[in-house]
Design a protein around this ligand. Structure first.
Ligand SMILES: NC(=O)c1ccc[n+]([C@@H]2O[C@H](COP(=O)([O-])OP(=O)(O)OC[C@H]3O[C@@H](n4cnc5c(N)ncnc54)[C@H](O)[C@@H]3O)[C@@H](O)[C@H]2O)c1
Length: 435
């Protein structure tokens, strides 16, 4: 099928490549000329494992092209996927302006046969407003369905090609036919298909993210209790996680969630619930957000407990991306901690295998080499659980630093081997005996 993908960020670029890998003819459209040029050259403008290789393959076989604006070529696509950003506004609500701008550009290109598929994460009711926008522009009834995306950065391509479910929200079944056809190779493998109304499809995504955020903040709230009572939140998570109704995934205590989705999605959800007059239904998400923010502050408190006045103190932060296998710095807990420490006067050096180029903060020193980053540090903080930091040799690291104290912000270090190498290990939600 001929498909256009509008918006080529983390979601759209991955979706475009995935659709081409499924055998479709894909036209990627983004109003950012630099992004279009980069993708056309085979260079993915962000780090995502496996995506560059897959892009090279689909460029080579001619199944994908990129352009800045719609033209006759893109107008003849049967499906148009909307993948533009919906960032947070200052009041917490989601900014849907990019979607409306995209739909205004797209409207003159549509025919009675085209299907518009929303994939961006939106406040419930957005699809109906977009339909209204389209209705005013066309002589026919434009078809628009919602198909939320659940890919996770770090495993985005794999998640797109082998999703755990496909959710489609359509006014009527016939509207979704073309989308089902596009996903046929995935659906033929037995991937569950959940067909719902449009509002439910919009809600599924924010509800899923609200649940995940709640799970993380639940265990981090337990960490706060553990810190106050001398218990161990890692052991607690392990013990409760065996109950399959609870499950052990997303139950690791640490500096909390971040990124371009979870934080903005729960805030947008709260804002939308308030608009709908049911704000109290999501009051708990306000607390979920607060617990998450408090974990970042807790690291700064722990640093002060260790170092006293932070002015001039040298702190190394291992990992600055919001999660491993990504260079995404949006609402990154590690980056915010780095900035808070720096604002308190510390000399902060950050290292990360992929995300340093995006830091752009003059107050922070960026150092790609981990051993050089550790050099002379009076405190080390593990901010992002990249494999290379989890596997770091504590003896080699010990030789670099001025003081062998590490705060494990993700609870991934092997405490006993770090202690054996002479380190004092501090971890969130734990009271570790450092002898
Ligand atoms: N990043 C993820 O892991 C992920 C996962 C699932 C859903 N989502 C959702 O997908 C949406 C996009 O997220 P993202 O992380 O890819 O954002 P992003 O900021 O990385 O990408 C958005 C892209 O849209 C482009 N754009 C904006 N307006 C445009 C227009 N009018 N025409 C063409 N292009 C336009 C921008 O230039 C940018 O490249 C959001 O709603 C997000 O919540 C993201």
């Amino acid at each position: 099928m001929k498909i256009s993908v509008i918006g080529l960020g983390y979601l759209g670029a991955t979706h475009a490549v995935a659709m081409a890998k499924l055998g479709h003819q894909v036209i990627g459209i983004d109003n950012d000329q630099a992004k279009v040029a980069s993708l056309s050259r085979g260079k993915v403008p962000f780090f995502e494992p496996g995506l560059s290789q897959a892009l090279a393959e689909v460029l080579a076989d001619g199944s994908i092209t990129f352009q800045q604006e719609h033209n006759q070529h893109s107008a003849s696509a049967e499906l148009h996927f909307l993948c533009v950003g919906t960032p947070q506004q200052p009041d917490g609500s989601a900014n849907t302006d990019y979607l409306f701008a995209a739909i205004r550009d797209l409207a003159p290109q549509l025919s009675a046969e085209s299907l518009v598929v929303g994939k961006s994460t939106v406040p419930v009711g957005t699809a109906s407003r977009l339909r209204g926008e389209l209705a005013g522009k066309a002589e026919f009834e434009p078809k628009l369905v919602w198909n939320p995306e659940f890919l996770r950065e770090g495993t985005a391509l794999e998640d797109s090609l082998t999703p755990d479910r496909i959710v489609i929200g359509a006014g009527n079944r016939s509207d979704a036919e073309k989308l089902l056809q596009a996903y046929k190779p995935i659906l033929d493998r037995g991937t569950p298909l959940v067909e719902v109304d449009v509002q439910t499809a919009e809600l599924v995504k924010v509800a899923a993210n609200a649940f995940l955020a709640t799970k993380v903040s639940f265990i981090n709230a337990m960490a706060e209790i553990a810190e106050a009572s001398g218990a161990d939140a890692v052991a607690l998570a392990d013990a409760i996680g065996y109950d399959e109704r609870i499950g052990n995934k997303y139950l690791r205590t640490g500096i909390g969630f971040g990124g371009g989705c979870l934080p903005k999605d729960i805030r947008g959800f709260v804002a939308r619930a308030n608009e709908l007059g049911v704000g109290s239904s999501l009051d708990f998400l306000v607390e979920v957000d607060k617990v998450n923010q408090r974990r970042r502050q807790r690291v700064v408190e722990l640093a002060k407990l260790e170092l006293g006045d932070l002015a001039g103190k040298r702190i190394a932060i291992l990992g600055i991306a919001f999660k491993p296998d990504s260079d995404d710095l949006r609402d990154s807990p590690a980056l915010e901690i780095a900035r808070m420490l720096s604002a308190a006067g510390a000399k902060v050096t950050v290292t990360d295998p992929e995300a340093l180029a995006g830091v752009g903060d003059e107050a922070l020193t960026t150092e790609p080499d981990v051993m050089a980053a550790l050099s002379g540090a009076e405190l080390v903080i593990l901010g992002t659980e990249w494999r290379q930091y989890r596997d770091l040799d504590p003896a080699a690291a010990a030789e670099q630093v001025a003081t062998k104290t590490v705060i494990d912000g993700r609870n991934v270090l092997d405490v006993s081997s770090w202690q054996q190498a002479g380190w004092c290990v501090i971890a969130l939600g734990r009271n570790i005996d450092n002898g």
